[in-house]
Design a binder for this molecule. Structure first.
Ligand SMILES: Cc1cc2nc3c(=O)[nH]c(=O)nc-3n(C[C@H](O)[C@H](O)[C@H](O)COP(=O)(O)OP(=O)(O)OC[C@H]3O[C@@H](n4cnc5c(N)ncnc54)[C@H](O)[C@@H]3O)c2cc1C
Length: 353
């Protein structure tokens, strides 16, 4: 069979790409190795959406089961609360809901089929949206790191319905633990740029600190590609990488759903001639800036950063909003020289006024 576009992976990036391609009249086939008729895979995920994700993709709001108003950032006994809402979804419902939308626009799906370059389909364009282990990205020798992440569901009456989410930070660890309230349970996880052994140790420490030492309702380990390599090309010939396959994850927060959807939409725009291939993805410069700030905070030390945040909460909030909400980076005018030097040694020089 011949198609305009074949898409590998029916998750957030692949489904949005399929919806946007089919909407533009392109003959579209999606190939997904798991099968909803035989117990669809559970995607290990926090399922948290930012305000930007909701604003840019209003169709996701239908899948929101709960919203937390504030984000509690913790380090040892320091607690800094930021007004950053997080919208909770159930990932399988979100993913399948988006597949439904694409089907509604005329995209074809083959579930329960692993993609192979020798499959009985040919196409002008190939979109690799198969996540962190995407075979299309592997075929392009696309470089990625794989940050270990662990996640579990627990019934926690104190937190199930909370209007706060929590992020917990540790010394010398580029990552965090999180609690996302999901109404009937909490999604509690931890991941970071470190060895699997360290992540496991910190994860058990984190679970124990919330009294969760028993058997969870469900648990899994997976990976997030949290390093952005700016020199790699996510479009090569007529192959486009989307979502985790293209390393499109916020390098500080690990937020990937928004960028998966954005890249899926932008891939369709490239194919339709609405976006230059060289400009894909348009959010790449932001990934580079966030990564620099993440590394800078790591150099300073997370403890020092939280102490700085206690002294100057406005500054802390500006950093959080830059990382989570894509707001402009903090201005330096009213910072002390020491803070400027520490925070911005090489960083964001072009934003300094
Ligand atoms: C534990 C954890 C928690 C997270 N929490 C959040 C969060 O709260 N908020 C957020 O924004 N992001 C979060 N992320 C990141 C987010 O889950 C990912 O960035 C996002 O799912 C990427 O979507 P994707 O479409 O690129 O790929 P994926 O969601 O990984 O989907 C890839 C799809 O491709 C299919 N596939 C793979 N190989 C093949 C093949 N050979 N043939 C056919 N199909 C194939 C898979 O079955 C799968 O359905 C989290 C990640 C993890 C691991």
């Amino acid at each position: 069979m011949s198609y305009d576009v074949v898409i590998v992976g029916a998750s957030v990036s692949g489904n949005i790409a399929a919806y946007e391609c089919a909407k533009r009249g392109l003959k579209t086939l999606v190939i997904e190795r798991s099968d909803p008729m035989k117990g669809y895979r559970i995607k290990p995920c926090g399922g948290g959406l930012s305000q930007i994700a909701i604003d840019e993709f209003p169709q996701t709001e239908e899948f929101v089961i709960h919203k937390t108003r504030d984000l509690v950032n913790r380090y040892q006994d320091i607690e800094l609360i930021s007004s950053v809402p997080i919208y909770m979804t159930n990932r399988n419902e979100l993913d399948l809901g988006m597949a439904d939308m694409a089907l509604g626009e005329g995209a074809e799906y083959r579930f329960g089929t692993s993609w192979s370059p020798d499959g009985d389909y040919e196409s002008d364009w190939l979109i690799g949206a198969g996540g962190v282990t995407c075979p299309v990205a592997a075929g392009l020798s696309y470089k990625r790191d794989r940050v270990p992440v662990k996640v579990a569901y627990f019934n926690d009456p104190k937190w199930n319905m909370a209007d706060e989410s929590e992020f917990m930070f540790y010394d010398g660890f580029q990552g965090y633990g999180w609690i996302f309230p999901k109404v009937d349970f909490i999604d509690i996880g931890l991941g970071g740029i470190d060895t699997g052994k360290r992540v496991k140790e910190l994860y058990h420490q984190y679970l124990a600190s919330h009294g969760h030492t028993g058997k969870p309702q469900w648990h899994a380990g997976w990976q997030i590609p949290m390093t952005w390599y700016p020199d790699q090309k996510p479009i090569q010939g007529n192959t486009i990488l989307c979502g985790d396959a293209g390393n499109f994850v916020n390098p500080a927060t690990g937020e990937g759903i928004l960028l998966a959807m954005r890249s899926g939409r932008q891939a369709a725009m490239v194919i339709a001639g609405e976006l230059e291939a060289d400009d894909y993805p348009t959010f790449a410069p932001h990934l580079g800036r966030v990564q620099k700030m993440r590394d800078e905070i790591d150099d300073i030390g997370v403890g020092e950063f939280f102490e700085m945040g206690q002294r100057d909460k406005k500054f802390f909030d500006e950093v959080v909003e830059f990382m989570f909400l894509e707001k402009p980076p903090p201005k330096l005018k009213h910072r002390s020289e020491d803070e400027k030097i520490a925070m911005y040694r090489n960083l964001l020089a072009d934003s300094v006024q």
